[in-house]
Design a protein around this ligand. Structure first.
Ligand code: CAO
Length: 414
């Protein structure tokens, strides 16, 4: 028995944000029925293809454990079938451009008429306001949600992160909203509207930067590299690799950095473990020096401190640094490349990195469910081919017989 077994999801999502959400729900056991345009499907099936005529990794890695039905929801017969699917499902998820479902005739009011228990969840770029009609992709959300303004180095341009906080981050937020709405439905008996804007999701993930915006009114941000010699403007500045918390941290070079772009490690010079760190890097002298032996004393010399730490880390591999500093309670972490992560044995063993077999692509590596439930374990299954389950869904879920299905097919509805 899986956590969401018995929950049926009408999945109208495409690209990344929505599919991330429904893939998580599928991993928790929901029956996710992905509705795709006949002959076209989710645009990502064909985007960034590495093998001709085969579903892209972009698609296969975001649509595990789902079933696919092709349905033209703009045709008369397609709308009839879609209406029947709304009757039979618990949750509908979509991330089309604003108004797309309304234009098809499926407004929230209409959906409630068809199925008052329906939970209707959407991702949009923006919430109500001046930009509510805009189409939005990942980096637009990172820029408009505070991520880009606060990422990068002092004096450099705003920078987006490799983590897909706008798309996958908002999909995660939406999945939580759906789970809460399913829980509330148990007592209320009613469905509800669940909405998450990408700008809002990114801002939520940048919460500590809004914290710093308000701290700025009361003096310089002493953990930022701009302190004490640089200047602070009116807004939270870009902090480079400085730690967002109260303990100073920085990325430092390790042995091999001249040729390996990932021969770096993050070191946090946590006050409680400073003695061990100072001794290890050959700076016992700091321990008796009032300029160095208190966190306050060190605050104005963080650049110099990390230069000294780096002189030591450059003599070690990033893994040796981890082995030596961890037992001393010095938090640190090697900068792991995607290649290293894909090959990491412990991630394979935990199911966070999985190898999947696909009928037309063959074997590929994917990220499995990062959320581990003890009573609802995840078995990652390959993504569906376009329309692979059309007949199965029409007969099993809607009770259509072969003649009905053929009739729908002959008018191009499926
Ligand atoms: N049958 C018939 N028509 C269908 C269909 C189906 N099964 N599925 C989709 N369509 C139609 C839609 O109704 C829409 O038609 P209209 O423009 O006539 O209303 C059309 O296909 C395309 O939808 P779209 O406008 O959403 O697609 P796009 O490629 O132009 O925009 C995106 C893509 C992502 C920018 C936009 O969907 C968007 O802003 N979504 C909200 C924010 C979001 O999720 N962004 C994340 C993107 S990456 O995860």
């Amino acid at each position: 028995m899986k956590a969401l077994e018995g929950v049926r999801i009408l999945d109208m999502t495409h690209v990344q944000s929505g599919p991330t959400c429904t893939q998580l729900l599928a991993w928790f056991g929901a029956d996710v029925i992905k509705v795709e345009r006949p002959g076209v499907g989710d645009a990502t099936r064909g985007q960034l293809r590495d093998i001709p005529d085969v579903d892209s990794l972009y698609f296969t890695m975001l649509n595990h454990n789902k079933r696919s039905i092709t349905l033209n929801t703009k045709s008369v017969e397609g709308k009839n079938i879609f209406t029947r699917l709304i009757e039979e499902c618990d949750v509908m998820v979509e991330n089309f451009a604003p108004g797309a479902l309304d234009r098809m005739g499926f407004t929230w009011e209409r959906i409630q008429e068809i199925n008052p228990r329906m939970i209707y969840a959407s991702v949009k770029g923006f919430g109500p306001g001046p930009y509510e009609d805009c189409k939005v992709y990942e980096n637009v959300a990172q820029c408009t949600g505070g991520g880009a303004s606060t990422t990068g180095f002092d004096g450099g341009p705003p920078t987006v992160t490799g983590a897909q906080i706008g798309d996958s981050g908002t999909g995660l937020h939406l999945a939580l909203g759906i789970a809460a709405a399913l829980f509330q439905r148990v007592t209320s008996g009613r469905g509800q509207r669940v909405e998450c804007a990408m700008q809002d999701g990114v801002l939520n993930l940048c919460r500590v930067k809004l914290r710093d915006q308000q701290r700025l009114a009361h003096g310089p941000l002493t953990e930022y590299p701009q302190y004490p010699n640089g200047t602070f403007g009116e807004a939270t500045p870009r902090a480079g690799n400085a730690s967002g918390g109260g303990q100073p941290g920085w990325v430092v070079r390790c042995r091999g950095w001249e040729t390996d772009p990932d021969a770096y490690t993050y070191v946090i010079a946590q006050a409680a473990a400073f003695e061990g760190l100072a001794r290890t890097i050959g700076h016992e002298d700091w321990l008796d020096d009032p300029e160095w032996n208190t966190p306050k004393g060190r605050l104005s010399k963080l650049e110099k401190m990390f230069e000294e730490i780096e002189k030591w880390t450059m003599t070690k591999s990033k893994f040796e640094v981890m082995e030596i500093l961890n037992p001393l309670n010095v938090p640190c972490g090697p900068v792991l490349s995607m290649k290293e992560l894909a090959e990491e044995e412990s991630l394979r063993a935990s199911g966070t990195v999985v190898e999947i077999d696909h009928p037309t692509r063959g074997k590929y590596v994917s990220v499995g469910n990062p959320i581990k439930l003890s009573d609802s374990t995840t078995a990652v299954e390959r993504s569906p081919l376009l329309g692979e389950h059309t007949d199965q869904i029409l007969s099993e879920v809607l009770g259509m017989d072969n003649a009905d299905i053929e009739a729908a097919r002959s008018v191009g509805a499926v």
